[in-house]
Write a protein that binds this ligand. Structure first.
Ligand SMILES: [Ca+2]
Ligand SMILES: [Ca+2]
Length: 314
């Protein structure tokens, strides 16, 4: 969780270190000039001060989870051209509120995508402040079956996620092949043979990431070992003949903290954000007292984490 707070910390530090651009005298003159300018502008508009022009809407990327017919919505990023930008930091309460007011006003509707294609809509109902972030609630009208670990994405973009959605549960054969690969990965990373049977499949999804008609497989696995190492794996695999080949392996072995909060990465969904034909992989990363969102992108044939944003931390 330290990582999540570091983002805000860095900003505070850089602001503090920024040298003042003006001397005290210049500042006084500047203030007077600004006041004069304000009076002139106010005069030009009659007695009322100028009303702020509404901010142009940016492309936002949201996550959607559904429980008992209710949608829970978080913001992951703002997409500025092909750049991923943070909507705000966890310290910017005012920026969070204006984001909520602008993007999550009741009745506002977003396109939902699942497996990289259209899957219905979600209509905003309300939003609230959490511990270090804001969260929205909405009414889902979604064709995909969401629930538990199965989440979707939503956006106000009219151009993203226009190919046919391709996401499903793996077949038994595919599942068996991914599990065989997964066990090999655990063995190669010195997991004692006696523990292999205890590995839990948190989530395993088949989705076509590159739009070639062949499904790729994204899995999360956890092996809890009491008082010793927890071993978690996030895996992207591709079918090769009857076997599976690992495209991305993120294996973490660590001693769980006394609080027993564990780290893990779970797939959310995929969406091609930069139009290169390969979907970017959205995931949640759990931490000691919170969670974040991460985005992986295939760069030069290799998957890389390119972005992270706080979900919340309490
Ligand atoms: Ca594919
Ligand atoms: Ca892409």
């Amino acid at each position: 969780m330290a990582k999540l707070f570091r983002y805000g910390q860095r900003r505070t530090d850089s602001l503090r270190k920024t040298p003042s651009l003006f001397t005290k005298h210049q500042k006084t003159s500047l203030t007077m000039l600004l006041m004069l300018a304000f009076v002139i502008v106010a005069a030009a508009h009659g007695t009322n001060p100028p009303t702020p022009t509404p901010q142009r809407e940016k492309t936002v990327l949201l996550t959607v989870s559904v429980e008992s017919g209710e949608a829970a919505i978080d913001v992951v990023a703002i997409l500025d051209g092909k750049q991923l930008r943070h909507p705000y930091t966890d310290e910017q309460k005012d920026a969070q509120k204006s984001f909520g007011n602008q993007y999550w006003s009741p009745g506002k509707k977003y396109r939902v995508t699942f497996g990289g294609g259209d899957a219905g809509t979600v209509t905003m109902k309300s939003w609230n402040e959490g511990c270090n972030n804001i969260h929205a609630q909405g009414t889902p009208d979604i064709t995909a079956k969401l629930g538990g670990k199965v989440m979707a994405l939503a956006t106000n973009s009219e151009t993203l996620g226009k190919r046919a959605g391709a996401r499903r549960a793996p077949t038994d054969t595919e599942r068996a092949a991914v599990l065989a690969l997964m066990k090999n990965i655990y063995r190669q990373r010195r997991t004692p043979a006696s523990l292999i049977a205890g590995i839990k499949v948190t989530n395993l999804t088949a989705t076509d990431l590159d739009g070639d008609g062949q499904y790729e497989f994204i899995g999360s696995f956890a092996l809890a070992a009491k008082n010793r190492f927890e071993r978690d794996l996030f895996l992207i695999a591709k079918q090769q003949g009857n076997a599976m080949r690992a495209e991305f392996v993120k294996f973490q072995a660590y001693q769980p903290p006394p609080e027993q909060f564990l780290w893990s990465i779970d797939f959310v969904d995929q969406l091609d954000l930069d139009g290169d034909g390969v979907g970017e992989v959205f995931a949640t990363a759990g931490g000691f007292d919170g969670y974040s969102y991460v985005i992986f992108k295939k760069v030069g044939g290799r998957w890389k984490e390119v972005y992270d944003q706080i979900g919340d931390a309490c």
